[in-house]
Design a protein around this ligand. Structure first.
Ligand SMILES: NC(=O)c1ccc[n+]([C@@H]2O[C@H](COP(=O)([O-])OP(=O)(O)OC[C@H]3O[C@@H](n4cnc5c(N)ncnc54)[C@H](OP(=O)(O)O)[C@@H]3O)[C@@H](O)[C@H]2O)c1
Length: 330
């Protein structure tokens, strides 16, 4: 297969290129060259999607295109260039307008599409509306397209540091039974839902090779956070003493959810985000997405942390976590 990946140097799109190359496909990867190299074996086309696409690429023929784009003009230009290719658009569950419905994405209601491009660093809330527009453009221009909407993507190479924060925290334990207090956020029953980048990339290449059409939430089954963290700890070979601190107490101590300074990564405010980690994985699983055990993801992220001292990690520092636990436990 001649595969064009619009992206290819970062986390998911890089994993897609690696997976396709391993299957013997011919892969062209288009990036600006700012985020690093593309995997060896792919042809790297350096271009900025803000500009017209390179003429020699537009005259090329591709069996499939995988696009991780976020700007409608980028996706529009690409769909016009290769309307007959098999299209796989990587969207996001952030297209859904309701994150609070505990049954998942509400009634499936989406944000209103935003068809102009936007500066996402200045206006992060535009992300979902832009992706809704990208979906509309792909479905209109390539009616047999498949759209995958990932939830939180995790695994080795993650530039966000969110899942990585947990193996990074747990690797400081010794592995002895009950060998350390570790802050656990919210309620043990709160759901967490992620997908390993390699499983998602495998499925995206599967989809590029076949003719399955439609739109899928690309998530593994949701898991209560107590079971989720226990699996991560098993993968890291440690047995922490989890110290649960509820939402109100964390908020009062200026601990923040999800990501960034003073955050507990993966923790989401409730009930505002009850639905975000509660998407139905069944359609994607029926269409071939095969999530690996969380233990394996955690073990491999640990190996990545060992190999790469610059692996990004977000969240509370050790001193901040100790200060929170001291405030709670005395
Ligand atoms: N991470 C998550 O948890 C998560 C969750 C839901 C959905 N998603 C979706 O999953 C996808 C993630 O893709 P990813 O991991 O590959 O990360 P990404 O940050 O979306 O990667 C963007 C890729 O496109 C290239 N690129 C960016 N701007 C460009 C431009 N103007 N012209 C040409 N190339 C450009 C980048 O390389 P250069 O910078 O070198 O150009 C890079 O290779 C996205 O579609 C995202 O919306 C992610």
């Amino acid at each position: 297969m001649q595969l064009l990946v619009l992206g290819g140097s970062v986390f998911l799109s890089r994993a897609v290129v690696e997976t396709a190359l391993a299957r013997g496909h011919d892969v062209v990867a288009l990036t600006r060259g700012r985020s690093g190299s593309v995997p060896a074996g792919a042809r790297h086309v350096v271009a900025d999607r803000d500009d017209p696409l390179p003429a020699d690429l537009v005259t090329g023929r591709f069996d499939a295109v995988v696009d991780v784009g976020r700007q409608p003009s980028h996706v529009r230009r690409a769909v016009r260039a290769w309307p007959d290719a098999r299209w796989v658009l990587v969207s996001t569950i952030s297209v859904y307008a309701d994150d609070a419905d505990p049954a998942g994405p509400g009634a499936g209601r989406l944000h209103e599409a935003r068809h102009d491009d936007a500066d996402l660093s200045a206006d992060p809330a535009a992300y979902g509306p832009l992706k809704v527009a990208c979906e509309e453009i792909v479905r209109a221009g390539a009616p047999d397209a498949v759209v995958v909407r990932p939830g939180l993507v995790v695994g080795p190479g993650d530039p966000s540091g969110r899942f990585t924060a947990w193996p990074a925290r747990l690797r400081r334990l010794t592995g002895a039974p009950d060998d350390g207090d570790v802050l656990a956020p919210g309620s043990p029953d709160d759901l967490v839902q992620t997908i390993d980048v390699r499983d998602l990339a495998t499925w995206i290449v599967d989809l590029a090779e076949t003719s399955v059409a439609g739109t899928f939430d690309a998530v593994a089954p949701a898991v209560p956070i107590a079971a989720y963290l226990a699996a991560v700890a098993r993968g890291c070979g440690v047995a922490p003493r989890w110290r649960w601190v509820d939402h109100d107490r964390l908020t009062a101590l200026d601990v923040r959810p999800w990501s960034g300074p003073r955050s507990v990564p993966l923790w989401l405010p409730r009930p505002a985000y009850d639905g975000m980690p509660a998407h139905d994985a069944a359609p994607a699983l029926a269409a071939g997405l095969t999530p690996r055990p969380l233990e394996d993801t955690a073990r491999d992220v640990l190996a990545w942390l060992d190999a790469d001292p610059d692996a990004p990690v977000t969240g509370l520092t050790d001193a901040e976590e100790a200060e929170v636990l001291h405030a709670v436990l005395g």
